[in-house]
Design a protein around this ligand. Structure first.
Ligand code: CAP
Ligand code: MG
Length: 412
């Protein structure tokens, strides 16, 4: 083992000189040894002492174990360990979230949180629009945004996709989106879909409904920027990128492109491969902070304990905080609550998330007994009731579409 110690418990550090991470560690080793193993592997060490590591290098670039609280260890990485002109999120993740998961001496490691110094944050632009920008576009200053995901997630033609959005917008929804698996399949080519949806959004606007629809442009790195520009030129009002299948660089490339003048909705599909296990992987809070830095305007954060996907309200609030806290120099990100949503669950979501969020339902709109427009109306009625502080069952007595939805799916 190295003859250098990475332990710096209680050492006062200049917070603007370090990237500080919290890891939950499961190990049979003494926790101090496990913490040192992470700090060493992710900075200047390896499995054995090396003749090429000298005092100057160690002092300047070694990570420090600054706190141990039960199974949670805090490790501070010197800012100089991070790349300046190029490297960006990929290099950051290689340091704070790289080899450490594979260390044989550790049974489990989960990166729970990360705090960046000003010097790193200033390398990122953050969202162009954010939650406030989306609200301005949608003329919706206070209420939760209410959205839908076109269902079935694949198989509809461009014309039928547009028809779904026209019905959803006519029912009062503010947001539509492609589903995460729809991009440019033969049954729904992206250019035709974008143009067909743009046409109905224009019609909706003329009829007094302000609505955006996120076109999924998830693709490889060399094509995504050009595809974003093309989709915008075809009339798209919002873009969608699946951040974990495309990479954070895809968000940054599109969001920082000065030619892109429309917001970016960020889907997190595949996140559960790394966020679901409480003892292994990466928290959605960390992912949320990275997406905000890279410029996502809206991000799925879970349903705070409601809905079909896992994740509890505590985790959801940590994700929402990562999207909207004022401790970083970026616009706030619109937190999106989605996954198994339906009108009867809206009160629970608004209670947990508040009203500065986007609540969206796919099955919970398309599955309404009277169709998409009625499903949209029911979601809007549920949001109005929650916003006004009116009991949803009472509200349903005078709102037919909501009553049918409660009869079908009940309340949470
Ligand atoms: C929701 C959804 C979203 C999930 C993803 C789906 O559809 O379109 O992708 O919200 O989960 O495909 O499941 P439903 P999360 O409304 O029909 O469930 O937002 O947690 O990443
Ligand atoms: Mg989906």
């Amino acid at each position: 083992m190295s003859n250098y110690s990475y332990m710096a418990l209680g050492e006062e550090l200049d917070k603007d000189a370090y990237v500080v991470c919290k890891y939950r560690v499961t190990t049979d080793l003494p926790i101090e040894k496990a913490a040192e193993a992470i700090a060493a592997e992710q900075s200047t060490g390896t499995w054995t002492g090396i003749s090429t590591l000298n005092d100057e290098v160690f002092t300047r670039y070694a990570a420090k174990v600054t706190a141990i609280d039960g199974d949670v260890v805090t490790i501070a990485y010197p800012e100089e360990d991070f790349s300046i002109r190029v490297g960006a999120i990929p290099q950051i993740l290689s340091v704070i979230s790289g080899n450490l998961y594979g260390l044989g001496s550790l049974k489990g490691v989960r990166l729970e949180d990360v705090v960046f110094p000003k010097g790193i944050l200033k390398q990122y632009q953050g969202p162009k629009f954010g939650d406030k920008g989306l609200r301005e576009i949608l003329h919706r200053p206070e209420k939760p945004l209410v959205g839908t995901i076109v269902k079935p997630k694949i198989g509809l033609s461009p014309k039928d996709t547009a028809g779904y959005i026209y019905e959803a917008g006519s029912g009062g929804l503010t947001n539509g989106k492609d589903d995460e698996t729809l991009v440019d399949q033969a049954f729904c080519p992206i250019e035709e879909r974008t143009k067909a949806v743009a046409e109905v959004l224009d019609r909706l606007r003329e009829e007094g409904h302000h609505m955006v629809h996120a076109i999924n442009i998830s693709t490889n790195g060399q094509d995504i920027r050009e595809l974003a520009e093309d989709v915008q030129s075809w009339g798209a009002t919002q873009l969608m990128i699946d951040v974990l299948t495309c990479g954070y660089g895809a968000i940054q490339a599109v969001a920082e492109d000065p030619r892109i003048k429309i917001p970016v909705h960020v889907h997190r599909t595949m996140h559960a491969a790394m966020t679901k296990d409480p003892l292994n992987g990466i928290s959605m809070r960390v992912i949320s902070k990275l997406v905000r830095m890279c410029g996502g305007d809206a991000l799925h954060i879970g349903t705070l304990g409601a809905g079909k996907m896992g994740g509890d309200s505590t985790e959801g609030r940590l994700n929402q905080d990562a999207c909207q806290s004022d401790d970083v120099p970026f616009k706030s990100v619109m937190p999106v609550c989605s996954g198994g949503m339906y009108p009867g669950i809206v009160p629970a979501v608004v209670k947990a998330a508040g009203t500065n969020c986007q609540i969206q339902a796919g099955g919970g709109v398309a599955g309404h007994p009277e169709g998409v427009r009625a499903g949209a109306m029911a979601m809007c009625q549920a949001v109005d009731a929650a916003f006004e502080g009116i009991d949803i069952a009472e509200y349903a007595q005078t709102h037919h579409e909501l009553k049918l939805a409660l009869d079908r799916w009940g309340t949470k």
